[in-house]
Design a protein around this ligand. Sequence first.
Ligand SMILES: [Zn+2]
Ligand SMILES: [Zn+2]
Length: 295
Amino acid sequence: MPDRLVLLGSKGGPALRPGGPWPSSSLLQIGGRSIVVDCGLGVTRGLVDAGISLKSLDLIFITHLHSDHVLELGPLIHTAWTAGLATPVGVFGPPGTGHYWRRFCQAMEFDIEIRIVDEGRPDIRDLVSISEFGEGQVVAQGGLTVSALRVEHPPVTDCFALRFEHGAKSVVFSGDTAFYPPLADFARGADILVHEAMLEEGIERLVARTGNGARLREHLLASHSFAEEAGSIASDAGVKRLVLNHLIPADDSLIGEADWTAAVRKTWNGDLTIARDGLVVGLSSAKAAAGEETA
Ligand SMILES: [Zn+2]
Ligand SMILES: [Zn+2]
């Protein structure tokens, strides 16, 4: 299994629009592990489209509990269970993740109980272990280490950037964050930095279209980063490749890849990927990483 990053859902925010991309979720395959990062709506479909057997679901990380990152966590695990999942799944998320999972199982109690009795399935509640994490090291197992950094995403206080390392390879996800300089140290030398991004020229049109004007604009400016700011973090960190993800706006017909590139090139000269749903970024070597392909 080649090490790779698959951007399953690339838009920021929970709303869906015809023909548009889907909310946040990614698949990171590194050191023989398949790791799901965030579970926005569409994560299950995205994994299947990426050729992943849901029965092999293994590790899931949630950066924070906004719905565009967690809405499909329960449905993903439940669907994997109905597909024959019989091995443990480790879910790592911020405080509140256990509450979400217990309430999800309660909401689905009728179906869960009936499938255990009628179809002889193992109890899904015994297959899943939830670990709530804070800043610092989250996982160290079999050569895989994962660490977390609290980022700036008000009013959410438990929102984390995540760094995944295996052997000499490392991939960092910014989580949702306003411009946050300490992220540069956290992402130091990473092969890939996946950073969220907004484009200033699209914000006013997005705000007008969504209809709760001033409050939405206020939230976006206080809690998210412009593409130029993501580029500046990548430059400070000296990463090998910057992936702009969690794009806001993601479905404005007047904004294309060239606009994102133009914005981020003001602060970043290195290898660059603008996310779109299903895009695969290689991680085998710097050379292979440049030869990305769509899936
Ligand atoms: Zn988000
Ligand atoms: Zn968020």
